[in-house]
Design a protein around this ligand. Structure first.
Ligand code: CA2
Length: 156
């Protein structure tokens, strides 16, 4: 059975592609989710993509990932990254290899975006690569969990 990774997007990311293209580009959330599904499939993984504008629902998604023994999590918690100790705690408790993604370079923006509570619960963080960050995150996650590209031999 294909192993599943959860791709979690937080508040306002359902608006991708509709405003602020100079910061977030023109791709929509549907484009991001297709990119993730295709990238994961290349490693024989299934991407379970979810978005919520609610902090509690995002925490429920993380609990679900834990209950379903997900192989990994890619999370862009949006604005909650900068505020939510509860999301940090849920990720730590889930104890699932996690990569944090931000579409924009949060360090080149307002100072309130420079700190992320979710970052310290992840083994890696990516920001500033646009939506390609999701593909890079899944590549890195796959390497971390030992998933190999379909058709690629495992190195002895
Ligand atoms: O760069 C990122 O991915 C962010 O996580 C996006 C969050 C922001 O609060 C973080 O600081 C950085 C905001 C997402 C809002 O997305 C929109 C995209 C297009 C139109 C409206 C909102």
């Amino acid at each position: 059975m294909a192993r599943t990774i959860y791709v979690l997007n937080g508040p306002n990311l359902n608006m991708l592609g509709t405003r602020e293209p100079e910061i977030y580009g023109r791709a929509t959330l549907a484009d991001v989710e297709k990119l993730c599904a295709d990238t994961a499939a290349g490693f024989g993984l299934t991407a379970d993509c979810r978005q919520s504008n609610g902090e509690g629902e995002l925490i429920d998604f993380i609990h679900d990932a834990h209950a379903k023994r997900a192989a990994g999590i890619v999370i862009n918690a949006g604005g909650y990254s900068h505020t939510s100790i509860a999301l940090h705690d849920a990720l730590v408790a889930a104890n699932i290899p996690t990569v944090e993604v931000h579409i924009s370079n949060i360090h080149a923006r307002e100072s309130f975006r420079h700190h992320s509570f979710t970052a310290s619960a992840a083994f890696a963080s990516l920001c500033g690569f646009g939506i390609d960050g999701y593909r890079l995150a899944i590549d890195g996650l796959a390497a971390r969990i030992g998933a190999v590209k379909s058709g690629e031999k495992v190195k002895p």
